[in-house]
Design a protein around this ligand. Structure first.
Ligand SMILES: Nc1ncnc2c1ncn2[C@@H]1O[C@H](COP(=O)(O)OP(=O)(O)O)[C@@H](O)[C@H]1O
Ligand SMILES: [Mg+2]
Length: 239
C-alpha cells in the first residue's frame, strides 16, 4: 500500500509514515483547535516538500481571509500557485435555493468544477474546509444530512487523498462532526482538542494502517503545526 505523508511535523509518525493513498480523512475539533491550519498545511507541504499538486477547497466566504491566514505563516504560497502546484477554490453555494432538487443540482455542478480542477493540475491531494459550513445554507436537518452524505461520498469517488474538516460544538470529545454524518463515510478521523493551555491531537480511526492510540501534545507556531509524537496527553485531561 502506498502512503501519503502529510508533511505535518510529527503527524506522520502517528500513522506509520502517512495516510493510506486515496483515503479520506476527517479532521474534527471545536473552534480554534487548528482544523483550517491542518488542512492548509497538508496542501502546502504536499506541494512544497513532495511535489504533489493540491487543491484547497474552502467554504469560507471571504477569500482574503484564506490568503491572510496563510501569510500568517512562513509559507510562500504565491510561488506554488504560479507553478500550478497549489490551487485555492471557493465553493460556490451561497444563494442556494431551499428545495432539495436545486440544492442537489448546484452541488453536483460544484463537484464537476472540483473534479475538472483536480484534472487540470493533476492534483494528488485535496482539502475541503469545512463541511460544517453547509449548515449555514441548508437549514433543514434531513436534507443537510442527505447532502453531506452524498457530497463526502462523491469527493471520495475522486480517488485522491483528501482531508475534510468538520467543527464540533458543545465540548463532547466523542463527537466528530456537528451532524454525525461525515465520520461514518471517511476512512480516518483525526480529532483536535484545545483544553487551555494544552493542544492535543488524537487519531480516532485510520483504515488500512496501524496508528497511535493515544493523544499527543502539539503547538501551533509560525511554521504551523508542531506535533510531539513522544509527548502523550492523558485522555482524562481532555475536556
Ligand atoms: N502564527 C501563529 N502562531 C501561533 N498560533 C497561531 C498562529 N496563527 C494562528 N494560531 C492559532 O490557531 C488558531 C486558529 O486555528 P484554525 O485552524 O483557524 O482553527 P479552526 O479552523 O479549528 O477554527 C488561532 O485561534 C490561534 O490560536
Ligand atoms: Mg477553520
Amino acid at each position: 500500500m502506498n502512503r501519503v505523508p502529510t508533511g505535518i511535523t510529527g503527524f506522520d509518525e502517528l500513522v506509520d509514515g502517512g495516510v493510506p493513498e486515496g483515503s479520506s480523512v476527517l479532521v474534527s475539533g471545536g473552534p480554534g483547535t487548528g482544523k483550517t491550519i491542518f488542512a492548509m498545511q497538508y496542501i502546502y507541504e504536499g506541494a512544497k516538500t513532495f511535489n504533489d499538486p493540491g487543491l484547497f477547497v474552502t467554504l469560507e466566504t471571504n477569500l482574503k481571509n484564506i490568503t491572510w491566514n496563510m501569510q500568517n505563516f512562513n509559507w510562500d504560497i504565491k510561488m506554488l500557485q504560479d507553478q500550478n502546484l497549489m490551487k485555492i477554490y471557493r465553493l460556490n453555494i451561497a444563494g442556494l435555493g431551499n428545495d432539495a432538487k436545486s440544492i442537489e443540482e448546484q452541488i453536483s455542478k460544484e463537484l464537476t468544477i472540483i473534479s475538472k480542477m483536480v484534472d487540470t493540475i493533476d492534483a494528488k491531494r485535496l482539502a475541503l474546509d469545512s463541511t460544517t459550513a453547509f449548515s449555514v445554507w441548508i437549514r433543514e436537518e434531513g436534507l443537510l444530512r442527505h447532502i453531506l452524505f452524498k457530497f463526502v461520498n462523491d469527493l471520495k469517488d475522486l480517488g485522491i487523498t483528501t482531508v475534510l474538516t468538520a467543527e464540533t460544538r458543545g465540548g463532547n470529545k466523542y463527537m466528530f462532526s456537528s451532524h454525525g454524518v461525515e465520520e461514518f463515510i471517511v476512512d480516518g478521523v483525526v480529532a483536535l482538542y484545545f483544553t487551555p493551555p494544552n493542544r492535543s491531537v488524537f487519531v480516532r480511526k485510520m483504515r488500512g494502517t496501524n496508528h497511535s492510540k493515544t493523544a499527543h501534545a502539539f503547538e501551533i507556531t509560525s511554521d504551523g503545526f508542531l506535533i510531539r509524537p513522544k509527548d502523550e496527553i492523558l485522555w482524562s485531561s481532555i475536556k
